[in-house]
Write a protein that binds this ligand. Structure first.
Ligand SMILES: Nc1ncnc2c1ncn2[C@@H]1O[C@H](COP(=O)(O)OP(=O)(O)O)[C@@H](O)[C@H]1O
Ligand SMILES: [Mg+2]
Length: 378
């Protein structure tokens, strides 16, 4: 129960005979007291390095870390007030699961009854009550992972760090435990940073998500803001499944020309004069990209543009269609079962409010949501 501040935290690993690896690059992050933050990014983007620096198992190359008001980056791990569940579990093989989970409380010389009650509570929460008398080598990877998670959560430390805490669990159990863990973190007001490469998990658990790529923080925002106002092309395509459609565009009279894969104008997006002028001014310095999420395209809209079905996947509760829209490739998601065959035409509505515009060079977002008028056919 404390705030956590990372200030320009950088980590480089020396590499023999090769340039050093820059794993974390000037990371700024403020986690509020009691807040649950997810570090999300693909493998190798620096998530574990970040957690290990907060916990003190890795030194910072530069920058500082504070917990509460106290600088901690020079302290030993045990003096930081941090509990961590490791990616590799790190259980004590000679101890039972019960003693592994209760280890920190035993060492703090808590009353036996309290330890037993808290071990019981956390084991029930994580569905590992039945293995408390067994030893780590005799249980499954998923059970080892939950033991490691229990060992961190039971401490109710000022800061809890969880590295890929549910990666070994089956989807159903993961969904159940996600909700229970969230309740537990909220009930005990635990300031938490967890690492995941699974965006569903990040969205379900986190108050705010820090999206990282190649050691660099891309955006730190609520799940909703990441979806509706992605800061750049990376976040726009990384968050959301299927990913946002990204199309090449260039300014044209009265709006934007959307370019097909061959680089020729495919259709026109009519915009109000001020927006047209603004985007045209921007385009003089560099190219533009247009983004629209597959869920926001209105399949079957009678006033829409005609597109040709390239592929059609029915996923049981929704349909994923790949469409050719006058030379543009577009992935769209329709609720329910769309039975259109390959080669058939379907009309699609492209709501301007769902369109994002990005700077092609820097990738930075320029506009979220254009005018409310519909895109008009060229
Ligand atoms: N101990 C280490 N020595 C050298 N390079 C490392 C070490 N740990 C991590 N790295 C490198 O740092 C980068 C970030 O790794 P890591 O923080 O483990 O990423 P993630 O947890 O997001 O997968 C990767 O390129 C990885 O190979
Ligand atoms: Mg990792």
């Amino acid at each position: 129960m404390a705030s956590l501040v990372l200030d320009q935290v950088t980590k480089t690993y020396p590499a023999r005979g090769k340039p050093a690896v820059l794993a974390v690059d000037r990371l700024n992050l403020t986690v509020n007291d009691g807040e649950i933050v997810g570090l999300l990014g693909s493998s190798g983007c620096g998530k574990t390095s970040t957690l290990r620096m907060i916990a003190g198992f890795e030194g910072v190359t530069s920058g500082s870390i504070r917990i509460g008001e106290r600088p901690v980056h020079m302290l030993l791990p045990k003096d930081r007030g941090v509990a961590m569940a490791f990616e590799g579990y790190a259980l004590y093989p000679p101890l039972t699961i019960r003693d592994n989970i209760g280890f920190a409380l035993l060492r703090e010389r808590r009353p036996r009854a309290e330890i037993a009650a808290r071990v019981g509570e956390i084991a029930r929460l994580l569905e590992i009550e039945d293995i408390l008398d067994r030893y780590p080598p005799t249980i499954s990877a998923g059970q080892q992972q939950r033991t490691s998670l229990a060992r961190a959560l039971i401490r109710r430390a000022p800061v809890s760090l969880l590295d890929e805490p549910m990666s070994q669990l089956e989807p159903q159990l993961r969904a159940i435990l996600r909700a229970r863990i969230k309740d537990y973190l909220i009930e005990h007001k635990l300031t938490t940073v967890f690492v995941t490469h699974d965006q569903t998990e990040a969205i379900a658990l986190a108050d705010r998500i820090a999206v990282m790529e190649q050691g660099v923080l891309q955006q730190f925002a609520t799940p909703q803001a990441l979806k509706e106002e992605p800061a750049n092309l990376f976040v726009a395509s990384f968050i959301g499944e299927p990913p946002m459609n990204i199309l090449d565009v260039r300014p044209a009279d009265g709006g934007l020309a959307v370019l097909g894969l061959d680089g020729r104008p495919a259709f026109h997006v009519a915009l109000a004069a001020p927006m047209t002028a603004r985007l045209a001014a921007h385009a003089r310095q560099g190219g533009l990209k247009l983004g629209i999420r597959p869920h926001r395209v209105r399949v079957g809209d009678p006033r829409g543009l005609a597109a040709t079905v390239v592929s059609n996947q029915w996923l049981g509760d929704q349909t994923h269609l790949a469409l050719d829209l006058a030379g543009c490739f577009l992935v769209v998601v329709a609720h329910g079962h769309v039975r259109s065959a390959i080669g058939e035409q379907v009309p699609v509505g492209l709501p301007l409010a769902a369109m994002h515009v990005f700077d092609a060079e820097s990738g930075n977002a320029l506009v979220h949501g254009l005018d409310t008028r519909e895109a008009a056919a060229a």
